[in-house]
Design a protein around this ligand. Structure first.
Ligand SMILES: [Zn+2]
Length: 303
C-alpha cells in the first residue's frame, strides 16, 4: 500500500499580523503582538492523517470546541490576541470518523508541539499512544505551562505523552531524528524555534519522484516565511527559529520537499498536487518569482 497523507481542517484561527511575521528583536518582538491592532486573515488549522502500511498516524490533534470560550481565559494572549472558529463536526474525532477511521484505530498521535490549537482534540484520541518532545511536555505541563498559555487541564485524564526518543541519526541537515515506522519512512526531526521543543514530521511518499512531505506544525506559519527565513513573533529566541528555517530550506534545495505548515492557507492545495517548495533543483524555479511576497527571498537563497 502506498503511503498517503490527508489534511484535515479543524476550524480556523486568526492572530495579530505581528505574530505571523515578527517585528523588532528580543522581548519587544513578543510584546509587539499585544500592541498590534491588525488581525491576520482567518487561517486554517490543519491536522494530518498518514495512512501507512504499518498503521494510521495522526499529526497534531487540532482545535477543540473549548477554544471557543477563550475570551473567558485569564491568560492575556488567549483572551485578547487570538480568535478561533470551529464547528462541532470539524473536531478531529468527527473528521476521522467521516474518513471511516475510528479514533481508537489510530496507531500513534505525533504532536509537533502542545499549543492550544494543536492539542485541542486530544480528548477524542484518548488512549492512543502520543509522542511529543520531552522539552515540550515539560514546558506545557502544570501551572507553569498554563502561565505560558498552554492548556494542560484540557488534556484527557489518561494523557501520558511519550517523549520522542531522538537518536543521533542524521536526516539531511538535521543532526538527530527518530524513525516512527519500522520502514524508516516516517521520521520525526527537532525543529526548535516557534517553541523550544517543536518537532516536525517527514514522510517519504515512495513515489517515482522520491517526494518528501514535511508536516511542519508551526515551524513557520507559511511556506513563504520559511523561504524568507523570517522568525514569527512568538519564538522565544529568534536566532533558533532562523537556524531551523535555514535547515528546512537546505532540505528543500537538496530534494523534492512538499512543505506543509499547520496554518498555511495553501497547505492542502500543495498536498493535493504534491507541489514542492522549489520546482527546480538548487532553489530555482518560477513559482516563487510569481509570489507577491518576496521580501528577503534573494538573501534567503544566497547559499
Ligand atoms: Zn504554535
Amino acid at each position: 500500500m502506498a503511503t498517503q497523507v490527508h489534511a484535515i481542517q479543524t476550524g480556523s484561527v486568526r492572530v495579530k499580523t505581528a505574530q505571523l511575521r515578527g517585528r523588532g528583536r528580543g522581548m519587544a518582538r513578543q510584546l509587539a503582538i499585544f500592541t498590534d491592532p491588525q488581525w491576520s486573515e482567518w487561517l486554517p488549522t490543519y491536522a494530518f492523517v498518514i495512512g501507512h502500511e504499518e498503521g494510521i498516524f495522526v499529526v497534531d490533534a487540532g482545535q477543540g470546541l473549548h477554544l471557543l470560550r477563550h475570551r473567558q481565559s485569564i491568560h492575556p494572549y488567549l483572551r485578547w490576541e487570538v480568535d478561533f472558529r470551529l464547528d462541532p463536526e470539524e473536531e478531529i474525532g468527527p473528521r476521522l470518523r467521516n474518513m471511516g477511521i475510528a479514533p481508537r484505530a489510530v496507531r500513534q498521535v505525533l504532536l509537533t508541539h502542545l499549543h492550544v490549537d494543536h492539542d485541542g482534540g486530544l480528548n477524542q484520541l484518548a488512549g492512543v499512544q502520543t509522542l511529543a518532545t520531552s522539552h515540550e511536555i515539560k514546558a506545557a505541563g502544570g501551572w507553569s505551562g498554563q502561565l505560558r498559555g498552554y492548556l494542560p487541564h484540557r488534556w484527557p485524564g489518561s494523557f501520558e505523552p511519550r517523549p520522542i526518543p531522538f537518536e543521533s541519526e542524521r536526516f539531511g541537515p538535521f543532526t538527530s531524528s527518530y524513525r516512527v515506522t519500522r520502514a524508516g519512512d516516517v521520521v520525526l526531526v527537532p525543529t526548535p524555534g516557534h517553541t523550544p521543543g517543536h518537532a516536525s514530521v517527514l514522510v517519504e511518499m515512495g513515489d517515482a519522484d522520491k517526494t518528501l512531505v514535511m508536516l511542519a506544525g508551526d515551524a513557520s506559519y507559511t511556506e513563504q516565511l520559511m523561504i524568507d527565513g523570517l522568525a514569527d513573533g512568538v519564538s522565544p529566541v529568534e536566532s533558533v527559529t532562523i537556524a531551523t528555517l535555514r535547515k528546512i530550506r537546505d532540505l528543500a534545495v537538496s530534494r523534492r520537499l512538499v512543505y506543509l505548515p499547520t496554518h498555511d492557507p495553501k497547505s492542502a492545495e500543495r498536498l493535493g498536487k504534491l507541489q514542492p517548495v522549489f520546482t527546480e533543483p538548487h532553489g530555482g524555479g518560477s513559482k516563487k518569482a510569481e509570489s507577491p511576497d518576496t521580501v528577503g527571498r534573494i538573501s534567503a537563497q544566497s547559499h
